[in-house]
Ligand binder design. Structure first.
Ligand SMILES: [Zn+2]
Length: 194
């Protein structure tokens, strides 16, 4: 499998699935699942954070895998994941819900000339204790998964047109993350957010 060109850089604030989704949009104009099949990456393994699957995607993308693996929540047991050496229960992660800040997505859209294929799912949004965007100080929005097809949280499909920024302005709140339990504080110390 040849390396894709031009290289699309990984953003250290995003999840591996976010990067793969942007990669699919950037190189094929299409969605994630057919793209993963085309490059020989098993979707289920990739969704579970399997190291080999992530490394293969990075090799095809022509980027170093270390920063991507650093942001990978790897399934290590029933309803348990490992993220950066910390074992987390499913309750700590957003799981099947798609969570996003509409203003972050609106900025992504603007940077990509209105193309929603450039939206980045921030790693911080995957943590259930994080309820407020650290950058915009507004409530994160949550969408329940409606079908198996939504398991990759493709934001261009799941978050609506332009990320619903109008709704977001009506939901201003204090940064709950800053006052949440110690887990959030630990996360904020060790991890890089947007
Ligand atoms: Zn935001």
């Amino acid at each position: 499998m040849p390396t894709l060109f031009p290289v699309l850089p990984f953003d250290p604030v995003e999840t591996p699935i976010s990067y793969a989704t942007r990669l699919a949009a950037f190189h094929t104009g299409g969605r994630l699942l057919p793209f993963l099949h085309d490059i020989g990456v098993k979707p289920k393994a990739f969704a579970a954070g399997d190291t080999e699957a992530v490394e293969r995607l990075c090799a095809v993308a022509g980027i170093h895998s270390a920063p991507v693996l650093h942001n990978t929540a790897r399934t290590v047991g029933k309803r348990r994941s490992d993220l950066r050496g910390e074992e987390l229960s499913a309750e700590f992660l957003s799981g099947s819900d798609t969570v996003f800040c509409p203003l972050c997505l609106a900025e992504d859209d603007a940077a990509a000339n209105g193309n929603p294929g450039g939206r980045r799912q921030r790693l911080s949004w995957a943590l259930r204790v994080v309820r407020t965007c650290p950058q915009h100080q507004i409530a994160l929005l949550r969408r329940k998964r409606q079908s198996e097809d939504n398991r990759f949280h493709e934001l261009a499909v799941r978050a609506g047109a332009r990320g619903d920024p109008g709704r977001a302005r009506g939901e201003l709140r204090t940064p709950a993350c800053l006052t949440a339990a110690g887990l959030c504080d630990d996360a904020a110390r060790g991890w890089s957010w947007a």
